[in-house]
Design a protein around this ligand. Sequence first.
Ligand code: 3PG
Length: 248
Amino acid sequence: MYKIVLLRHGESQWNLENRFTGWTDVDLTEKGEAQAREAGHVLAKEGFRFDIAFTSLQTRANRTLNLCLESMNLSFIPVLKSWRLNERHYGALQGLDKSETAAKYGDEQVLVWRRSYDIPPPALELTDERFPGNDPRYADLPKDDLPQTECLKDCVARFLPYWDMEIKPRVAEGKSVIIAAHGNSLRSLYKHLAKVSDEDIIGVNIPTGMPLVFELNEKFETEKFYYLGDPEAVKKAMEAVANQGKAK
Ligand SMILES: O=C(O)[C@H](O)COP(=O)(O)O
């Protein structure tokens, strides 16, 4: 049996401000840092120990991973980073307040933009300063891979090849793996591992800083998955994420 851990970054500055973030590279708040350390403590207490870690090219996930590993005394393990684990690109919504956007366009429309499987938010213009082609960290990416917006289906399409080629083989050879990434990039992997339908994925919300464990059999089929931590706190945190996209 294999166990892998998925960890969404701790609270970011724009989580706190309730703004659409996507590929905007915001940092953690103090609470987010504390959540990352706490995730490490919980994992250590439950007997987890990692051989290798995977994360995105975004500061909030990178720092969450570092703080988590530090509190587990595992700062020395190899860390592989890829843009394929980045948050789903939120297109022209990036920077906007989620509740204000819901007040303007309606809760239903915002739910579609946030959670539907195949309807992307409005796209950025190529000339927009928020376009990732203007960010040197993506300079080596083929132009066609640079998103102007993404729906979850697009995110699945970029995440799964990385899972298959880089992460899964390490797990298969017996390495214990943690993946520190983002709400929607982790929903992509969640959808795949838990075999969630295109319709049902709309109801899946991943809270910040709470380790999510997947237990997989030899065929890489999910036997069970669960969050570590107090179930009531997890439930509340998931509801809070769902409510972020509603008008006040
Ligand atoms: O990109 C963002 O705004 C968040 O990281 C995830 O947001 P969501 O829960 O609104 O999809």
